[in-house]
Design a protein around this ligand. Structure first.
Ligand SMILES: [Zn+2]
Ligand SMILES: [Zn+2]
Ligand SMILES: [Zn+2]
Length: 359
């Protein structure tokens, strides 16, 4: 998904020695003079604000700061000598960058009360404007939600496994009931057959599809714009849809705010009318003998035959119990002479699985 730059924000870092928060652009703790080390991470500030300082933005775009091999101090990507110890920086290693720090929101945060003098300070302030006391120490505010989606609850998987287990047991039980059979001796009581032929007529029908897929000969109806596809590039009739902006560590003290965007391409979804062959009726013939016939169809000139369906059933009785068995073909029916005796395999649900002529 293409990433768009929304802007840049100032980050912060927490001094390991005294716990004070410091602006990302500074390299030395303003409270105790400790130098920010390679392992000190940049963090999102309580109040995020897009910055306009071109110099900070240009530096963020040049690449992550370099950590001096000798003193550990941060130096700009294009610096040649360490600003702390003057050491040559050609062997220096780049700070880690690219980590997603969290969702971007420039929503105004409430003022912060100084814990020392009670003065209200803007959420962006690191030190009290009245007494210079440190306003935010060490612990991170809890409301800075990371953009990473919450890990799926592991507990949800357990009921799913139980569900699958129950389903498997149910299938096995049904299978046992279906496949375990008992032998029963029975006599043919009769046979039944049914044959049907569908009657079709041309009738108007309503459908809907994309404008370019309306079949020829159809009458186009009303259309509406709907999303047809999603793509990375803009197109005519497309709408840009972007996710929540989030901030990436550039390794320079400034965060790059980006958002992932795609284009929803819209197209016309239209109703259309088409005259098509539709089943309007069916004629049925039934019988209780071994000579099935197709029903007589009297078609009007504007009608035609549709599908044909046929069904054949043999009826058995055994010690007062009735059984039914379907057979596929009309030619099968003649084998089941009324009164003839058969050995049936009957499953637990009372269905006849097989029949064999009794000797
Ligand atoms: Zn400090
Ligand atoms: Zn150095
Ligand atoms: Zn104060």
């Amino acid at each position: 998904m293409p990433q768009e730059t929304v802007g840049f924000v100032n980050l912060e870092w927490t001094c390991k020695r005294c716990g004070s928060k410091n602006p990302g652009t500074t390299k030395i703790c303003s409270s105790c003079g400790n130098v920010m080390s390679e392992t000190d991470k940049f963090e999102l500030p309580a109040q995020q604000e897009l910055i306009k300082d071109e110099a900070v933005i240009a530096k963020a775009e040049r690449g992550p700061d370099m950590s001096c091999k000798y003193c550990g101090a941060r130096n700009a990507a294009d610096a040649t000598n360490c600003s702390q110890c003057s050491a040559d920086l050609t062997q220096a290693t780049a700070r880690q960058s690219g980590e997603v720090l969290g969702a971007f929101s420039d929503e105004k945060k409430p003022d912060v009360k100084c814990p020392y003098c009670g003065e209200l300070n803007p959420a962006t302030a690191l030190k009290c404007s009245k007494c210079a006391g440190t306003l935010r120490v060490a612990t991170r505010p809890v409301d800075q939600a990371k953009t990473a989606p919450p890990a799926p609850a592991r507990a949800n998987r357990v009921p799913m496994f139980i569900g699958i287990g129950v389903a498997i047991v149910a299938v096995i039980v049904c299978g046992l009931l279906f496949f375990r059979t008992t032998d029963t001796s029975a006599a043919v009581r009769g046979v039944q057959w049914q044959r049907a032929i569908e009657i079709m007529e041309e009738r108007p029908a309503q459908h809907a599809t994309w404008r370019d897929q309306i079949p020829s000969g159809a009458t186009a109806g009303a259309c509406e714009l709907k999303v047809r596809s999603t793509q990375d590039q803009p197109a005519p009739n497309s709408e840009k849809i972007c996710g929540t902006p989030y901030t990436i560590d550039t390794g320079t003290g400034a965060g790059k705010v980006v958002q992932d965007c795609q284009y929803q391409v819209k197209d016309e979804w239209c109703g259309y009318g088409l005259v098509e062959w539709t089943v309007v009726d069916s004629v049925v013939a039934k019988g209780a003998d071994a000579n099935p016939d197709w029903p007589v169809v009297n078609l009007r000139v504007d009608q035609r035959e549709g599908n044909r369906q046929e069904a054949y059933v043999v009826l058995f009785s055994s010690d007062g119990k009735e059984y039914q068995m379907s057979v596929d073909d009309a030619s099968e029916l003649v084998k089941y002479v009324v009164g003839s005796r058969w050995k049936l395999k009957v499953n637990a649900l009372g269905g006849v699985v097989a029949a064999e002529a009794a000797k």
